[in-house]
Design a protein around this ligand. Structure first.
Ligand SMILES: [Zn+2]
Length: 1017
């Protein structure tokens, strides 16, 4: 799954904030109401059907089920033909006829396997036949699912998942010996049902039988049911869009992680893989899609159409998908003959907005087949662009669903960061067709196995599409590694493999730690192993577990075997357990020492758990096995790196010959997931090196040194002046990545400082750093990109130019302001937008913040009329840049009440108002005032909720604000998941930084007379 984006500042990228999801779907009031209704109905059904039990069971199975067209849940017929609906509380005493044991309530109640959060494991589904009749007029559907079940352990109780389904009929028949041929009797032998009932607390449905199902035999479970197509982005849901003034509806599924049970009764845990045959019956004006190609399509006279889809391979329930829409498509074929289609709104298809994604998908299928040496498994792959989706995208096998903003590209108006984001989402989802669909994590605790891989491959895949960009060596550092180390350095972090039981916990595992730390650990491992052995191990892992499930130990085993095949004996499981089962990461401190006996230097390396707060640092129990690479250099040369494994708290190692001028550099190219600190003398030598000849240190390490230094200082491991001295070399820096690392750190500081009295000391310092490189790079020309839909090779240059403009304009460079204002004025007077797409967000925001209300109104109007999704997004965000409190308030209120602002965008409005120094208090108050509304709206989507919580709290820096946050948590913050404790820790850290470090920070800035190196030492 691709999480939804929200990176800090205007700095692009990242699929979602550190965050997660919700609260149990089961505990929502509406849900339990539905279940109440189901109970009542079952009792009624029982009253009507008590006389028809056994005979009708057989009849129902033989004849199949006739669907009532367009019958809503509230009008569903009950009774006639109802085979098994004996309501709760029926006494089963009269059934000893065939010598079966008489059911004993006490005996059966004692087990109550439905009270456990996981399925009991006595039964295994092998195949599902699903037939659904879908009515888009009243948004309901009715269905019959027929599940072939293998019995592993003798049991009298069938427990599976069902949520919000109104079950009408249940029957169970004997199918014969497991793995053998079906019973010769037509329909098999019916097994009498004692009772069946929902157990809403665990979203389960329970069928209690009169006699036992026997181990090693097969049975068939038939359930018919009705349900609604809800308007809420989970299960089988509906959404809509406007086309030529008319509203059009579509319905699509989102089953991951636990919502297949909202669409049909099933064994909804990833381990229960089965094959699926799906038939959809619906109004012929809709197109229907599913994982597999259409096998047959039968129109009926009543304007309905029945489409049967080919049988899927073995897969987990949460990868099943279907959709009904009025979309059109473009098509292509991969080299190996896979049909690839992109479905979207007809106007988007006609404008070519889907062509770029389609084009790269074709290339990516080839790339992955070649990389993994495993063919794509299905005959087709559809990409479906929907207007509303809870995630950026979902990798359903053969039918991946994307929110429009992550797949449609209007080439003329999109920035390169928008294209890059979109490219990465597509690469991510295509990777999942192997890591996820084909080989599925055994259970949700290891969801990072699929998400970490897909996230890592976003960078590897981009390097395949655009080989010159070095994304995996460069952009990965700032966007993944630096980003996640911020979060994972908090004591409220958690291990990447988390124990998960309840449905509530399952949603929580989809967070930044799973995605970004997962990717960072995989990258570290790939670098230690070397590309060739890493690929060999992955190939073996995929081949061994295809169409099945795997746990992390299965992966470690295959990777260890790959290493052993070349005589490198390393227990990868033992190493990686430290990284996956422990939270956080270490900071390694390297120092150079003079040996007393010998006239040489040696190094000492010590490790400790890196934490921003000092409180948790006494915890000495955490230790890692760290693959540390070290290089030694001086002004003119650098020796090649050495790999040292650090196992202990402190170790001593001898490297090459060193002298007093030699510096040490650890974690070469930042391939490791840890920070490195040095003795002060070594920091000085490194800083000196950067000022004199920065290129001797790799781009990745220059960015890494910046990020490490700022974060070590922030956490109090280093004096505040060190990172500031270090970035003093930036005027000489010509590469994008170090600038990007620095600007991230500077924006972090900006949030801490921008309401302090001495703020201008800081902003002046940043402006001086930026000025010369900013003037040197200038502004982009607005000549349209001739290719239209490909990213230019000059990507890094463009990004550096954009980064500098952003820094210059946001810290108050006058020339930058004039340029932005001129662009906006030209747009207003000519009504032609000549602003280069790559910097439109910066220009719009700067214009709105500096110019009068008319500009705000102008942008608001453009937001209404714009059709391109990327443009709409930045126009809306620009409106939050005003310093007019009245306008900001109006916008905040509109975001919750206006049809014009999509639900998922309202959160961005509030967060962006919070990023505006003039809007911080407003956003924070608005958030607290509207908490009930917001929590009702987004509470279930914890991911959005915690993105919102961190967005409106991260800039709180005073004791008073800390009290406000504490008060809010105590009075209203119950049940908001881990976001509030984390927010509290961040704000406590902000307050602590002000208390302990602000004075030193400003002292250093006061003393620094200029930015040249000569004046520093
Ligand atoms: Zn994913």
């Amino acid at each position: 799954m691709g999480l939804n984006d929200s990176s800090p500042g205007a700095m692009r990228n990242g699929r979602g904030l550190s965050e997660q999801w919700a609260e149990s779907v089961a505990v929502r009031p509406r849900t339990s109401e539905r279940h109440m209704t189901v109970h009542k109905r079952l009792v009624l059904a029982f009253a009507l059907s008590i006389l028809t039990l056994i005979v009708v069971t057989v009849v129902a199975v033989v004849l199949g089920v006739r669907f009532e067209e367009c019958v809503g849940p509230d009008e569903a017929p009950v009774g006639a033909g109802d085979s098994g609906s004996r309501g709760p509380g029926v006494s089963p005493k009269s059934n000893g006829s065939r010598g079966e044991r008489v059911w004993d309530r006490g005996e059966e109640e004692a087990g109550q396997p439905w009270r456990r959060s996981r399925l009991p494991g006595s039964l295994r589904p092998r195949h599902y036949d699903i037939v659904l009749a879908i009515c888009m007029d009243n948004f309901t559907f009715s269905g019959e699912v027929s599940i072939d079940i293998e019995c592993l352990n003798t049991t009298r109780v069938i427990v599976l998942h069902a949520d919000r389904l109104q079950v009408e009929r249940v029957s169970v028949t004997t199918e014969g010996v497991a793995g053998g041929r079906a019973a010769s009797r037509p329909g098999g032998g019916a097994i009498r049902i004692h009772r069946h009932f929902p157990f809403p607390a665990n979203q389960m449905y329970v069928v209690v039988l009169h006699r036992e199902l026997k181990a090693n035999r097969s049975y068939r479970l038939n359930i018919t049911f009705d349900a609604a197509i809800e308007d809420e982005l989970l299960g089988f849901f509906r959404s809509s869009y406007m086309l030529q003034g008319e509203r059009h509806y579509l319905a699509v599924t989102q089953f991951s992680p636990t919502h297949a049970r909202k669409a049909f009764p099933c064994f909804d845990e990833p381990i229960y893989k089965a094959t699926f045959s799906l038939s959809l019956r619906h109004d012929a004006q809709y197109t229907s899609l599913s994982n597999m190609p259409v096998e047959s399509s039968r129109p009926a006279e009543d304007g309905l159409l029945t489409r049967r889809f080919a049988r899927t391979p073995r897969m987990s329930t949460y990868y099943l998908a279907w959709a009904l829409c009025n979309f059109t498509y473009r098509e292509t074929h991969s080299d190996s003959g896979v049909t690839i289609r992109l479905y979207a709104r007809p106007d988007a298809i006609a404008s070519g907005a889907g062509d770029y994604a389609l084009h790269i998908t074709k290339r990516l299928l080839g790339f992955y087949q070649d990389y993994f040496k495993v063919q794509y498994s299905l005959p087709k792959l559809d990409l479906l662009a929907v207007p509303k989706h809870p995630y950026a995208a979902m990798e359903n096998w053969g039918l991946s669903v994307f929110v429009e903003q992550k797949i449609l590209l209007d080439a003329d108006v999109s920035s390169s960061s928008y294209r890059m984001e979109l490219t990465m989402v597509v690469i991510h989802e295509i990777c999942h067709q192997w890591f996820g669909d084909l080989v599925t994590p055994m259970w949700w605790e290891d969801v990072w196995l699929k998400e970490g891989f897909a996230h890592f491959f976003e960078y590897v895949g981009t390097d395949f599409l655009y080989p010159k960009w070095n994304m995996e060596k460069q952009r990965f550092l700032t966007d993944v590694l630096h980003e996640v180390m911020l979060l994972d350095g908090l004591s409220s972090s958690h291990p990447i493999s988390q124990e998960v039981q309840q449905a509530t916990d399952i949603d929580r595992v989809f967070d930044w730690i799973a995605y970004k730390k997962g990717a960072a650990l995989i990258r570290m491992l790939a670098n230690v192993m070397g590309q060739r052995l890493f690929r060999k191990g992955l190939n073996d892992y995929l081949l061994s577990h295809m169409y099945g499930n795997a746990a992390r130990d299965d992966l470690w085993k295959k990777l260890s075997q790959a290493m052993q095949s070349e005589g490198r004996d390393i227990d990868i499981g033992a190493v990686m357990d430290r990284w996956t089962l422990q939270m956080g990461y270490p900071v390694l401190t390297i120092s150079k020492n003079q040996s007393e006996q010998l006239s040489t230097h040696y190094i000492t390396v010590s490790q400790e758990h890196f934490l921003y707060g000092q409180e948790g640092r006494g915890n000495h129990s955490l230790q890692w096995q760290v693959p540390l690479t070290v290089a030694v250099g001086n002004e003119s040369w650098v020796c090649s790196e050495t790999l040292i494994w650090i196992h202990n708290k402190t170790e001593r190692h001898w490297l090459v010959e060193m002298d007093d001028k030699s510096w040490l550099l650890g974690n070469i190219n930042q391939t490791g997931y840890f920070r490195v600190n040095y003795d002060l003398q070594n920091w000085k030598l490194l800083i000196q090196q950067l000022h004199t000849r920065p290129q001797l240190i790799s781009v990745g390490n220059r960015a890494g040194l910046i990020d490490d230094a700022f974060n070590l200082a922030r956490a109090g491991y280093l004096p505040q002046g060190i990172p500031l001295q270090l970035i003093g070399y930036l005027p000489e820096e010509t590469s994008f990545l170090p600038w990007h690392a620095a600007s991230r750190a500077l924006y972090q500081l900006d949030k801490l400082l921008d309401r302090t009295d001495d703020y201008s000391l800081f902003s002046d310092y940043v402006l001086k750093l930026v000025a010369s490189r900013y003037h040197h790079m200038g502004w982009p020309s607005n000549v349209a990109n001739g290719e239209g839909d490909v990213l230019l090779p000059s990507y890094h240059t463009e990004e550096l130019q954009r980064e500098l403009i952003m820094l210059a304009c946001s810290f108050g460079n006058k020339q930058c302001h004039r340029q932005a204002v001129a662009y906006i004025s030209d747009w207003i007077s000519s009504n032609k937008n000549r602003i280069p797409p790559n910097i439109r967000d910066v220009v719009y925001c700067t214009g709105v913040s500096l110019m009068d209300e008319d500009v705000w109104e102008f942008i608001w109007m453009k937001f209404h009329s714009s059709k391109a999704v990327s443009e709409k997004k930045i126009l809306l965000e620009a409106l939050t840049c005003s310093d007019n409190a009245f306008l900001l308030n109006r916008l905040l209120n509109l975001s919750l009440t206006s049809e014009l602002v999509a639900e998922q965008d309202a959160i961005d409005v509030i967060i962006h108002v919070g990023r505006n120094p003039q809007g911080r208090r407003l956003a924070w108050s608005f958030f607290r005032d509207k908490w009930d509304v917001l929590n009702a709206r987004y509470g279930e989507a914890l991911f959005m909720n915690s993105k919102l919580i961190s967005g409106v709290t991260e800039f709180l820096t005073t004791e008073e604000e800390l009290d406000e946050l504490n008060h809010f948590i105590q009075s209203s913050g119950v049940g908001a998941g881990p976001a509030l404790p984390r927010a509290l820790e961040i704000v406590e850290g902000n307050v602590r930084w002000h208390r302990l470090h602000r004075r030193h920070f400003y002292q250093w800035l006061r003393k620094v007379p200029s930015l040249t190196y000569a004046t520093w030492s």
